[in-house]
Design a protein. Sequence first.
Length: 650
Amino acid sequence: RSDLYSLGLVIYELFAGRPAFGESANFVEIRQRRASAPPPPSSQVEGVPPAAERIILRCLELDPALRPASALAIAAALPGGDPLAEALAAGETPAPDVVAAAPKEGSLRPAVAAAAFVAMLVLFAGALVMTSRLLAHISFERPPEALADRARSLLEAVRPDSSPSGTVQRAWGYRVDEELRNRLTDSPPAGLVEAARADRSPLVRFWYRESDSDLLPRDGDRVGPDDPPLQNPGERMVEMTPGGRLLSFRWVPAAHLGLLTTEISKSSPDWAPLFAAAALDPDELMPESPTTLPPDFADHRAGWRQRHSNAEGGEVRVEAAAIGAHPTWFASTLDFPATASPASPARAPARQRLFLVLLGLLFGSILVAALWLARRNLVAARSDRQGARRIAAAVFVLQLGVWVVSAHHTATWGEIALFFRAAAWALLAAAIAWVLYVALEPLLRRRAPAGLVSWTRLLAGRVRDPLVGRDVLFGVLVGSAHLFLASGLDEWHSHLGRNSAPLLMGVQNLIGVPGLFRAGGAALLAGFAQAMGYLVLWQLFSWLLRSNARGAVALGALLFFGLSVGNGVGVSSLFIAAVVVLLVFSLTRLGLLASVTALAIFHLLIFFPLGTNSANWYFEQGLVLTAAGVLAALWGAWTATRGARVAAAL
């Protein structure tokens, strides 16, 4: 940076015809004068181009961090110096440092930055208000720790081995009832929406399981209701509504209860604790023949049906099983008659399957083509190897860090296997990110380099660049608008009675600090992957249609078709069209950094239920993620206005 200062002194004298600090001054006077900025060259001679004056005075900044990043950046900012445009005109793929040195300042006037920040706050707040109304349909009255205590007390009252030997391993969390969600989305029966809102047939279920054996997940990094399978003797699991009402109970019989003997106990099981936990009055239930096989061996089965329909019009059906006097299985469901015609529910899944097949073929083709392109770019020395290494390292650290913080850990030898599996998945994700970036980034740098300027500067470590701050600010603004539109669409669906709370993927992350890390890490990775994929699709369509504008229209049509599957037409299409316009605008006009930021902000709502009700026990957790988005926008506004403040001061 001292060389850039010296270069600034030379260019100053070339334009002004005299040294910046005079000619006859001695060394002491020069050092004293350099404690302040020199007078602008335009005050010494007329006709100095404003662009040249700005870059000269940036070279002579007292703070080295405010000076340009390289001599190439100075050459690009001087009049007539645009190496990026020259490389494109010559038909070459510009190098990453040439892209970073493009003459794009990105400085915003303070009034513009403040307006963007205020608009972001309004949109973000509106999205949170609508999301809070949707989440109010679910009774999140008790935190998971309280529900776990309730489940533990129930097991102590019901299970035969109330004094298990050894250390008991426990796990709990939330899951979404996908079957009920599909029924709510597609022509729900009368009363089903009200039942879901009244916590009688909940969309969200709390599960709790415990075992005397090690709970080591097989398919993921956290124990789930089905991972590992509930199969070891003595294992038990409870499912409850978020309000604490029992929905199901299961205990895997242990051999010491006589399961392996020929004698079958004739004792009558005591169902009273289970009825009480399920808030059921035995006098209101009529015995009936059970129709569902229990998941484990049982020598006693029973079934009941509610005598009278409840306020929503459905009937409670209960089935249970036991070994002797010991209940081993219990399930309470709210049954509604199907009102939709047989043909209507089949159309949407068929469209969804077709879209998923096409999507799978498309992304499979992209991966195969990426391997070929990566090899070709490496041989031709067109790839940004430094940027690819940094992307891969960030993906690896993020993946493995999220596992360390949020995975289900056990003090057993199995933990070593889980660590190596997590490290292997993190390495695989990093390798895929490296290959995709090496393969696709040169294509974007060749065909749409303007959208990579701020991204390339960020990878180069120029976090205080005004263009980086501007794109982060606009990205949070676009992401907030996306949140607002998506929440408005779901509010409209709720008004139609089609669904009470559709954005429920994130309820699995309501597990405290680990859930925050999982949600934040997933949002960042999803934002980067989607933005890169969409940009490549845009350029692919542009190459096929011989026009960036026509490629943007084709990308928008594909996104509209994908988002419209299962959402209906009419007003829903207007919301979806607005979302597509925002996405295409951010991808084609703002670039990669703004798009990654916008999509990451949007995915926060998917991976974690945010809200405005401070009475909710998870409000503080959501507040952390909300504050992260607001602080990112505030930092972007402050960084983007630094250049404007410097220019105004000069």
